[in-house]
Design a protein around this ligand. Structure first.
Ligand SMILES: C[S@@+](CC[C@H](N)C(=O)[O-])C[C@H]1O[C@@H](n2cnc3c(N)ncnc32)[C@H](O)[C@@H]1O
Length: 205
């Protein structure tokens, strides 16, 4: 892995992930988490300030990138949340079945190698009735925006650490057998439309 993928890319992604409109999306989803929580691809820990400490008993997370893990641990040290962060990927979670009350997945399904495997793993580690809270960007419903996404994606992926623009997160969550309780979607304000189509909500096992 080169210097860009190890340091520069992650630093840019961490910066983009703390932008105002994205933080407002986190506010819509992360405070709903409760009990034992697993975050998929914690990145630089941008969700940590948004957890409701009164209802979360522990935050566990996997994150493959070392630079991101170091940043996330620094953020974790400033919260009084019990955070356990390990090197790992969503496709192969190091936890027993039925371990968690909630899985939180924000801006990660765009980047994982295998969306279906990651969601199958999330489903496996959730308790019966457990909740999958998500906020993801993906394929726009408008044909002209989708055309732009298809053109941009091959250039965007290497810059964005493997981020895809044309995945369909809410559909993938349904296809994984999770039951969507509620879902909302829009073009993220202040963001170019090809990068801005956002889907968020809650699904259960
Ligand atoms: C755009 S960042 C989002 C980080 C964080 N979820 C957030 O909301 O700020 C995507 C993250 O997914 C991580 N990632 C990449 N491949 C992954 C995989 N297979 N499983 C889990 N996380 C992965 C990246 O290292 C990166 O930290």
């Amino acid at each position: 892995m080169g210097v860009y993928d190890r340091f520069i890319g992650p630093a840019l992604i961490a910066c983009a992930c703390s932008a105002g409109p994205i933080s407002r999306q986190r506010e819509k989803v992360v405070p709903l988490a409760s009990g034992e929580v697993l975050e998929l691809g914690m990145g630089a820990g941008a969700n940590l300030p948004f957890y409701n400490k009164a209802q979360v008993t522990g935050v566990f997370a996997v994150e493959p990138n070392e630079f991101m893990r170091r940043r996330a641990l620094a953020v974790a040290a400033e919260t009084d949340l019990p955070v356990t962060l390990v090197e790992g990927v969503g496709e192969s979670l190091p936890y027993e079945a039925g371990r968690f009350d909630c899985v939180v997945c924000t801006y990660t399904l765009c980047t994982v190698h295998d969306v279906a495997k990651t969601l199958a793993e999330a489903r496996r580690v959730l308790k019966p009735g457990g909740r999958f809270l998500f906020c993801e960007h993906g394929r726009a419903p408008d044909e002209d925006v989708y055309r732009w996404q298809r053109w941009i994606e091959p250039l965007w992926k290497p810059i964005g650490g493997g981020c895809h623009l044309t995945r369909r997160p809410a559909a993938a969550i349904r296809d994984a057998g999770l039951n969507t309780r509620w879902q909302e979607q829009f073009y993220l304000p202040g963001t170019p439309r090809p990068m801005g189509w956002t889907e968020w909500g809650e699904a259960t096992v």
